[in-house]
Write a protein that binds this ligand. Structure first.
Ligand code: BGC
Length: 266
């Protein structure tokens, strides 16, 4: 086990659950239980803050003695949340980083959930030695995306909000894992929607590797082989823990300097 100075806490706030854990930054692995509470109904700031406090309390890391990274499912720019797809509108143009820092009484590193998952997979996972352009997507309540070119994160890509002309809605409303549950689709039926989505993203970006994260990535063997793409597509090594691990990794400059620098700006 790593010494305590090699550890940080990662909190991954999602549309459905708020997950947290203590991470060994050397190995990029959880060294605590993975603690999860449901995202409060409506996901308003005060309620989300209380849920984050609950996760930190369960992990017994409520004091500021260990670095803390928090990931959030929205555009995060200069500490402000600029979108609110699966959370309360109160997060629109909201000084969220300050809000969490004041509420928790400690400094945090604050970034988009898919971006931090991408950082985790580049640093410790499926995209570790990947060349060229890696696109990580998380398939959950929404679709999150991280664009990483030669190890450099281009933050806030928001590829879940590509428009699907056929029904005039965001891609995530059609192809996220929540759409599969909502419409009661079989793996094969959902894979047809994913085929449209990944073909479209492939056409737009010609990536070198797709990495698929989110909770459903643990069932990757049920649907990834059904997709026909030129680009290799693999599950995230850290599955649904990539957000926790990436948030922790960015919390104290543990990421490679170029990753820490780019995400520090978001
Ligand atoms: C949000 C993204 C987020 C993704 C996954 C989308 O609805 O706009 O910021 O990364 O969901 O949580």
């Amino acid at each position: 086990m790593a010494s305590t100075t090699d550890r940080a806490v990662g909190i991954d706030i999602g549309g459905t659950g708020i997950k947290g854990g203590i991470v060994d930054l050397e190995k990029g692995e959880l060294v605590s239980d993975r603690v999860k509470v449901a995202t409060p109904e409506g996901a308003k700031p005060d309620d989300v803050l209380a849920a984050v406090e609950q996760v930190l309390g369960t992990l017994e890391v409520s004091d500021a003695g260990i670095p803390l990274g928090v990931a959030f499912p929205a555009i995060v720019k200069n500490g402000h949340t600029l979108s609110a797809a699966n959370v309360s509108d109160e997060w629109l143009d909201f000084a969220a980083e300050d809000f969490f820092e004041q509420g928790l009484g400690r400094r945090i590193h604050f970034a988009n959930d898919a971006d931090v998952a991408g950082v985790a997979e580049v640093r410790y996972g499926a995209a570790k030695d990947a060349e060229g352009l890696v696109i990580l997507t998380t398939l959950g309540t929404g679709i999150g995306s991280a664009l990483i070119y030669r190890g450099e994160l281009v933050p806030n890509s928001e590829l879940g909000h590509l428009q699907r002309a056929q029904h005039g809605k965001d891609a995530e409303a059609y192809a996220a894992y929540s759409a599969m549950e909502r419409d009661d689709l079989s793996w094969e039926q959902w894979a047809e929607r994913l085929q449209w989505y990944y073909s479209h993203v492939e056409f737009l970006f010609s990536p070198d590797l797709f990495v698929v994260g989110g909770g459903v990535s643990k069932h990757a063997d049920k649907f990834l082989h059904l997709l026909e793409l030129r680009t290799p597509i693999v599950p995230a090594v850290h599955r649904n823990n990539a957000g926790i691990i990436g948030a922790a990794a960015l919390s104290r400059g543990a990421a490679p300097a170029h990753l820490a620098a780019t995400t520090a700006k978001v």
